[in-house]
Design a protein around this ligand. Structure first.
Ligand SMILES: O=P(O)(O)OC[C@H]1O[C@](O)(CO)[C@@H](O)[C@@H]1O
Length: 340
């Protein structure tokens, strides 16, 4: 196993996570509430999110939340997807929320500029006020955190919860908002309690040549983030992300000994869909790891599972990478190291 000082690894965001989450809940939710008020006042009736990689997955989760509990259309686009084929409807009654941690991702900046030029209400969500994207939108949320998954999810959820509270209230959304106050405590216990389990599971998975990540419903974007963005970019582990709802339509045929799977289980209505795929897989291979919000989420609302499950996954991926003798901060190509 690679020996490195975990305090020097940027990939690992567990140390300040709880404090960062508390700060976003306390400081940014009221500010986002004001922006949501502006959106409501101008009659916004459609929301677009634009981002790439991990922030896109957070945005997809929030867009799904909005569509689940309201009739306000919400779509999350990857940057070039939005720029190349923008939605037909893009006007002053649309809001576009662009998320980019460093605020330099070309296609996210371009999408924001296009939306602003078309008259939409635009918001840049970024790590720091001085990042380039901050100057491009009507409003900025500079969350000042390194734990981007939790930060992006919280900020995107805040837009959904605060906007819908004003234009289309729903009791389930108030339950989610109430449970968000309990999130820091749950995250603190997961950060403290999961390092050793994550290490053991990471060691086990480091012996596998690849990994299929499977989830359903609100956990699908997290499964993509972990199964594609994190496993490929940070741990250099081959793999793919599979939709449990589609598992019967192709993926089930490859289940056999030696084919490893990682399952994310939620407590929302889609649990039975993921459970069914898991039950099938377990009949054909022992190489299965399961992360379950029912076991770790201390009863938090099912739509907070993407936030709780991230912590065991973070420890798991960190130790998977170390057990493969790979520093998760190390890149070969990304970030200008190779022409792309
Ligand atoms: O949030 P930013 O700064 O736009 O960066 C997005 C990048 O972050 C990642 O999600 C993680 O490095 C990449 O996959 C993606 O290219």
């Amino acid at each position: 196993m690679l020996q490195i000082d975990k305090n020097t690894v940027e990939f690992l965001v567990t140390e300040n996570m709880v404090h960062e989450v508390e700060t976003i809940l306390r400081r940014d939710f009221p500010r986002i509430g004001e922006m949501a008020g502006e959106m409501a006042d101008r009659g916004v009736d459609r929301v677009y999110f634009v981002a790439c990689g991990s922030p896109l997955c957070a945005a997809q989760t929030a867009a799904r939340l909005m569509e689940r509990f309201s009739s306000v259309p919400a779509t999350a686009y990857s940057g070039w997807d939005f720029c190349d084929n923008p939605p037909h409807r893009l006007d002053r009654k649309c809001a576009l929320i662009a998320i980019s941690h460093y605020g330099k991702t070309e296609e996210v900046c371009l999408a924001l500029e296009k939306a602003k030029a078309a008259g939409a209400y635009t918001v840049a969500v970024t790590g720091r006020e001085e990042n380039p994207i901050a100057a491009l939108g009507d409003r900025v949320v500079a969350y000042g955190a390194e734990c981007i998954w939790e930060a992006h999810l919280l900020v995107a959820y805040a837009f959904v919860l605060e906007f819908l509270r004003r234009v289309a209230p729903h009791p389930e959304l108030e339950r989610i908002a109430a449970d968000l106050t309990k999130l820091p405590g749950v995250l603190a216990r997961l950060v403290a309690g999961w390092e050793e389990k994550g290490r053991a599971l990471g060691e086990r998975a480091s012996r596998w040549p690849f990994l299929y990540t499977v989830a359903a419903g609100p956990l699908k974007p997290l499964a993509y983030k972990e199964g594609i963005v994190t496993l490929l970019e940070f741990t250099w582990t081959h793999g793919s992300c599979l939709d449990a709802a589609e598992f019967r339509h192709g993926p089930l045929e490859v289940a056999e000994p030696g084919v490893p799977f990682l399952f994310l289980l939620g407590t929302d209505e889609s649990r039975h869909t993921a459970q069914r795929a898991l039950d099938f897989v377990r009949r054909h291979t022992d190489d299965v790891i399961v992360f379950d919000h029912r076991e770790i989420g201390e009863g938090l609302h099912p739509w907070l599972a993407p936030m709780t499950l991230f912590v065991p996954l973070e420890w798991f991926c960190y130790y998977l990478s170390l057990h493969k003798d790979h520093n998760p901060d190390h890149r070969r190509y990304y970030g200008g190291l190779a022409e792309y």
